[in-house]
Design a protein around this ligand. Structure first.
Ligand code: HEC
Ligand code: HEC
Ligand code: HEC
Ligand code: HEC
Ligand code: HEC
Length: 489
């Protein structure tokens, strides 16, 4: 019985006509036309952008802001403008009593309809290239380090400053924070837009809390450039320290750090080979500084679980706590925002000669000046150098007169350290961000390698000093090993 179907289709058609005709008739006003132009322009640009994505074009990561947020927003605004114009006209015509009894059919020979179409076509043709160009320029700018580091100037100042001093100073923020590929734009853009709001309305935490939980896995960022399979062997690390005496007596510690690699053929897998993808853990606190439970999957597949005997994991943690597989960031959590401790920083600047070790008590003074609680970074800029000058003027007047340049240079060196590490506006000071690489200033490796993490059968995560490094010399004034390495005796 084909009859009812036909009349049904007819009914739908009629109803459609009842919507389309008034809509077209009433939309011949500026607001609706602008709406249509915005919608079609954004729509065409979007289709074009998605087309590029599908065909494997990898724009810079920040293209996401434009493609996923701004263009759809314009699209939506256009869609909203169309009915606003229609409703306005409806009210206007009703008031004037000029509302037609029957709406005219959509007729392309009608002048109004043609003019609307022409207007939309011309505006779209002009707008699409403009939108395309704006999208391109906008994203190039937004992925730049200046945008990340300086647009939210105060917020990211600490990270930007530390970054500029780091080995990654030439690596763009987005290479680690977003990385390549489409899905991560979206995720980071979602959190990114929240961050923009947070900054605008002053809602962000000071300091910014870490660890960053939605940071992209290291496999997809760090490993774009670093290749753990190719790491091997040992790294010689020489640390020079100065004492707090008048002479700033120096000693050296020499370590051979067994960094090793993830090379399955090698037995000497070392530090890198023994964790990546093999060790999982459940942190006991938000900062991942306490680690009550650890599991290790050996090369033969056997899994060993270790629990802290000092702070045993609570049943709740084992059932529901975060379970994390170790990656680069669990040790290198400060690869580029490397904040220092005063002693380390002063030792390093002295060893490099930027703070002259010949100045009496300079080591002790420098550390004291760095630990002062200055009101602001601006205040430190004058107060810190003044205090150093004053110290030498009062205690070593002859040196104050004869070694002015060395004192000024030292003051500059100390201020440089301060400015890289203390940011009162963001509540960042010495030690705010723990560094997990090592065990001297922060728990670091000893979060697990503390000798208190034991398995059921009594095995423990080693604290053997020679497992991670050979201590070739420790705090020696003139280590023999360095002469031997240099070929002397
Ligand atoms: C070599 C990789 C790398 C680069 C380049 C990089 N970051 Fe980071 N950044 C990280 C890692 C890893 C963390 C996570 C630290 C954590 O979770 O404990 C981080 C954390 C942060 C944080 C959170 C606060 C903090 O200090 O931990 C901010 C803000 C930040 N980065 C901003 C930036 C800005 C701005 C740039 C560019 C000027 C940048 N980052 C460049 C790797 C990088
Ligand atoms: C875009 C490439 C790139 C990315 C991504 C990258 N790095 Fe690097 N990294 C480098 C380069 C280049 C150097 C060497 C700099 C130098 O020797 O001056 C380096 C140096 C290092 C060093 C040695 C630092 C030192 O003090 O000698 C470490 C550790 C490191 N990167 C860890 C990481 C970690 C962890 C990540 C991921 C969060 C990462 N890198 C992401 C390029 C990159
Ligand atoms: C278990 C902790 C740990 C993990 C996990 C780890 N590293 Fe390391 N890494 C170290 C230590 C310790 C050193 C030696 C640091 C030093 O003494 O300067 C090091 C050194 C390095 C260096 C410098 C090598 C050199 O010759 O100077 C690079 C680059 C590096 N790591 C990258 C990575 C990357 C990329 C990952 C992730 C794939 C990673 N590391 C994972 C602990 C770790
Ligand atoms: C989350 C816990 C955890 C952290 C943090 C950690 N490790 Fe480990 N590490 C382990 C586990 C588990 C093993 C394997 C134990 C086993 O063999 O059963 C291991 C093994 C090792 C080994 C091999 C030891 C041996 O005798 O063969 C070295 C070397 C090592 N770790 C160095 C480091 C260094 C260096 C750091 C800090 C930069 C570090 N680890 C941080 C859990 C950790
Ligand atoms: C789980 C691995 C691991 C174990 C176990 C370990 N260390 Fe270390 N140690 C490190 C790492 C990593 C560093 C950092 C190297 C660097 O800063 O480049 C370090 C640094 C040091 C330094 C130099 C620190 C400085 O800044 O002067 C000394 C000294 C040291 N360790 C002594 C020891 C002694 C003593 C033991 C035995 C009780 C020990 N370590 C056990 C991993 C370990």
């Amino acid at each position: 019985m084909p009859e009812p179907i036909k009349s049904n289709a007819q009914g739908v058609l009629n109803r459609l006509r009842g919507i389309v005709r008034p809509a077209v008739y009433l939309s011949q006003n500026l607001i609706s036309r602008i709406g249509v132009v915005l919608t079609t322009t954004a729509g065409i640009t979007l289709v074009f952008a998605f087309g590029l994505l599908i065909f494997g074009f990898q724009p810079n990561p920040y293209a996401g802001i434009m493609v996923f947020f701004i263009l759809p927003a314009i699209f939506a605004v256009g869609l909203i403008l169309i009915p606003i114009g229609i409703v306005r006209d409806l009210h206007k015509f009703r008031r004037l009593g000029t509302l037609p009894v029957a709406y005219p059919s959509v007729d392309f020979s009608h002048r109004g309809v043609r003019r609307t179409l022409l207007f939309i076509a011309i505006m779209t043709a002009i707008n699409v290239p403009i939108f395309g160009f704006a999208t391109y320029r906008g994203t190039v700018f937004m992925e730049s380090t200046q945008f990340c580091g300086q647009t939210c100037h105060k917020v990211m100042d600490p990270e930007y400053t530390a970054y500029q001093r780091s080995p990654h100073a030439r690596v763009a923020c987005v290479e680690c924070h977003i990385g390549p590929g489409a899905p991560w734009f979206v995720r980071s853009k979602l959190s990114g837009s929240y961050q923009v709001l947070a900054v605008t309305f002053n809602l962000y935490p000071r300091p910014i809390t870490t660890p960053i939980h939605n940071l992209r896995p290291a496999r997809e960022t760090c490993e774009q450039c670093h290749w753990p399979e190719r790491f091997s062997g040992d790294k010689l690390v020489i640390k020079t320290k100065y004492a707090d005496d008048e002479k700033n007596s120096s000693t050296k510690t020499v370590l051979l750090v067994h960094i090793g690699g993830r090379n399955p053929d090698s037995l000497l897998v070392g530090i890198h080979g023994r964790h990546l993808g093999l060790v999982s853990y459940r942190p006991g606190d938000a900062k991942r500084q306490e680690i009550p439970w650890v599991s290790y999957r050996a090369a033969d597949g056997t899994v060993t679980e270790y629990a802290s005997t000092e702070t045993p994991p609570k049943p709740d943690l084992l059932a529901r706590g975060e379970l994390r597989t170790m990656d680069c960031m669990d040790c290198h959590n400060r690869p580029t925002h490397t904040f220092d401790m005063p002693e380390n920083a002063v030792n390093r600047e002295m060893a490099a000669g930027r703070i002259n070790p010949a100045l009496p008590f300079i080591h002790k003074e420098a550390i004291e000046l760095l630990k002062v609680n200055y009101r602001s970074r601006l205040a430190a800029e004058t107060e810190l150098p003044d205090a150093l000058r004053e110290y030498y003027r009062k205690n070593y007047f002859a040196i104050y007169n004869s070694q002015r340049a060395a004192i000024e240079q030292a003051a500059k060196g100390i201020l440089y350290i301060y400015q890289g590490n203390v940011f009162p506006e963001m509540n960042i000071t010495w030690g705010t961000y723990p560094n997990n690489l090592g065990h001297n200033d922060f728990p670091g490796c000893f979060r697990c390698h503390d000798g208190n993490h034991k398995s059921k059968d009594g095995k423990e995560i080693t604290q053997d000093c020679n497992a991670c490094h050979s201590l070739l010399a420790m705090d020696e004034p003139d280590p023999k090993i360095l002469h031997e390495l240099a070929g002397g005796n």
